[in-house]
Design a protein around this ligand. Structure first.
Ligand SMILES: C[S@@+](CC[C@H](N)C(=O)[O-])C[C@H]1O[C@@H](n2cnc3c(N)ncnc32)[C@H](O)[C@@H]1O
Length: 223
């Protein structure tokens, strides 16, 4: 199973011997690969649409993994009646959708689990939500694929409140600590976009000016 760079990076953040529930599995490439690579001992592939779930089932059948990867039709955690998973992956959707899925789950479906998130947009909104709702970020990663930057977040729900600074919310506490080379690249890209927009703006744009200032300061900090 040849995973995309993005899903490969998600897989790398999953702990060995985990039991994973992949919410929004689509094709189920991730749960299949987790079993094939002996990362997980069992996986649940969940989607809220029958089309993707049927595709998932075909893929699972083609690898003869029906005993170790089970499909479940469910909107988020709504129809999830199993509890033996220790890891939740939610990737490839917007932060708001991820937050809705978490908000609509029962606490015993989330407490003390390990999570790997990859929001296709608004990662800062997801980090803020996590920090205010008892999730502790324990690792992060950035992947660039087809010129798009993807931000990955590994967290545990231990119901401790961990306050994050604005920069940590915007760019990720571990990405900043690691001085991730892709974070620098991403910030330089955003800087040139904002500077270009600022130079073309017909009226004074304070919000753009502040963004440019913040990115320059952040780049200086992670030099
Ligand atoms: C773009 S795909 C991402 C697939 C895979 N997770 C990945 O990262 O490549 C998003 C999938 O999430 C499913 N989905 C969206 N909202 C969902 C929800 N509330 N509950 C379950 N699945 C959902 C969609 O049907 C779709 O198959």
């Amino acid at each position: 199973m040849n995973l995309s760079l993005r899903l490969k990076a998600v897989e790398e953040l999953v702990d060995n011997n985990s039991i994973v529930i992949d919410i929004g599995c689509d094709h189920a490439y991730l749960p299949i690969s987790l079993i094939l690579n002996n990362k997980s001992i069992k996986a649940y592939a969940v989607d809220n649409k029958i089309g993707p779930l049927n595709n998932a089932l075909l893929n699972i059948n083609s690898f003869n993994l029906n005993d170790s990867v089970k499909t479940i039709l469910s909107d988020g955690f709504k129809d999830i009646n199993i509890s033996d998973y220790n890891t939740v992956t939610i990737t490839g959707m917007g932060a708001i959708n991820i937050i809705n899925i978490l908000d609509n789950a029962k606490s015993d479906q989330l407490d003390n689990k390990t999570f790997i998130f990859e929001a296709n947009r608004d990662s800062e909104i997801l980090r803020k939500y996590l920090s205010l709702n008892g999730y502790q970020i324990i690792d992060e990663g950035i992947v660039k694929e087809d010129d798009i930057y993807y931000f990955l977040i590994k967290a545990i729900k231990n119901n401790k409140m961990v306050k994050l600074s604005d920069n940590e919310i915007n760019y990720g506490p571990f990405n900043l600590i690691k001085k991730d080379i892709l974070l620098k690249e991403y910030l330089n890209k955003m800087l040139s976009i904002y500077e270009d927009a600022f130079s073309k703006a017909k009226t004074k744009n304070d919000s753009l000016r502040l963004k440019i200032k913040n990115i320059k300061e952040t780049l200086y900090e992670i030099e």
